[in-house]
Design a protein. Structure first.
Lengths: 142, 142
DNA sequence: TTCATTGCAAAAGTTTTGCACGTGC
DNA sequence: GCACGTGCAAAACTTTTGCAATGAA
């Protein structure tokens, strides 16, 4: 999504467009991978030297609530986010903790696993999480 | 798995069978749902009043490493475990944080989503995580 | 006996909160 | 100007670590 579209979306929801929010939105758009709060903070502090972690947490929460980013299910380490909100899977390396995207060519097949008897559950997001060892770590472990 | 089988497995891997480990294994077997470390601690402290969190963390880590329990991918709140290690999905309520099991009738269909070009990744676990609002919270939110 | 494991306490790391001040609208 | 958002500092939590004492094999 274009930055100005994201900004427009936030504005339409009644959020104020602060330079800190815009900066974080820009950083997330340019960032490759799956940054954590700490990583976003380290980037945004170069533009806004006085910004605090509390603000980063606040902005990330707003962006997640509005569906602009997605929190990644991740049992180890701390929270990470994905600015790709289209359904796809994640591979989490048990050794280095890195998160890899899995292209969900067969997403439709996966959708079928949601049982019909659970219709009372309101589905917001749908994520496939695979854990294991990534190729790099496999080499190192040998 | 029977407690004595779990104990035998640990013993065969060279772990010592301490009363604390046995107590936690027993608690996990009897516990319904998806306890966190804190919850396990509150149960085990009734049998071993001097046990410390560090020991609970230690035991849970051993059990997870040996495939006796599984850590649940969970971006919010703290780590939770599942003593059901057979592949199945989880529904995580964004409102109350509870974890519901999803019977994976269509697990085979889901397996297909792992792309053939990612053969260099070693898959340890495969989990479907769906987030949304559970029926109870939906009622409360109305 | 021996060495893995425990309990404790402290440290490290993550996330939340309260509040005064600043700023977008 | 008003109310929301920010920055700061402290608090609340979660998880890890170092080490002396303990106890399973």
């Amino acid at each position: 999504m274009e930055i100005k579209d994201t900004v427009a979306l936030l504005k339409s929801k009644g959020y104020r467009i602060t330079p800190q929010r815009v900066a974080i939105i820009r950083i997330l758009r340019d960032h490759e991978g799956h940054p954590g709060v700490e990583e976003v903070f380290r980037s945004v502090i170069q533009v806004h030297p006085n910004i605090s972690m509390a603000t980063v947490y606040n902005v990330m929460e707003v962006l997640e609530k509005e569906g602009i980013i997605k929190a990644i299910a991740n049992s180890k380490k701390s929270r990470r986010y994905d600015s790709e909100v289209k359904p796809h899977g994640h591979f989490i390396c048990n050794s280095c903790g890195r998160v890899f995207d899995i292209p969900m060519k067969y997403y439709e097949a996966c959708l079928k696993v949601f049982p019909s008897e659970m219709t009372d559950f309101e589905v917001n997001s749908f994520e496939l999480t695979i854990k294991g060892i990534c190729p790099d770590c496999k080499k190192k472990l040998l």
